[in-house]
Design a protein around this ligand. Sequence first.
Ligand code: FES
Ligand code: FES
Length: 156
Amino acid sequence: MKQMITLEVNGERHELAVEKDATLRDVLHDQLNLDGPKKGCDTGSCGCCTVHVDGLAVYSCMRYAVACDGAKVLTAEGLSAGADLHPIQQSFIDAGAVQCGYCTCGMMMSAKQLLDETPRPDEEDIRHAIAGNLCRCTGYAKIVDAVKLAADRLAG
Ligand code: FES
Ligand code: FES
């Protein structure tokens, strides 16, 4: 049986009929066609589904969509302003932190929360912030470089 919920996703309001056991990730992907929140483990272990809910980075596979009724959700797609990439997105590209890309959207959302709260993070802060996001490709060093570069760019 479906339930009506309202979500503001990347600045747009949506009224959605969702199954009571549908996860936020599946609603974002299947009903709103957002490809950023990836389906990885689906058990809260890999972080590739990370989005922001009311400003906090969460695993969207671990939230029921009905529990997010009324929330503001930000996905990686919502970071950019039109054709202009967000400094976090551009820095991941410039630092060579994107290989297969499967982890990247989740990584960027964890990085965004860090940089929202700690504009000048050190390496330990960065590694702590992305500790819940697994990457099979990069060895993490370039991701750390990307977050440092983003911090520099955001600080101007
Ligand atoms: S798919 Fe959500 S944490 Fe892995
Ligand atoms: S770039 Fe492939 S999993 Fe991170």
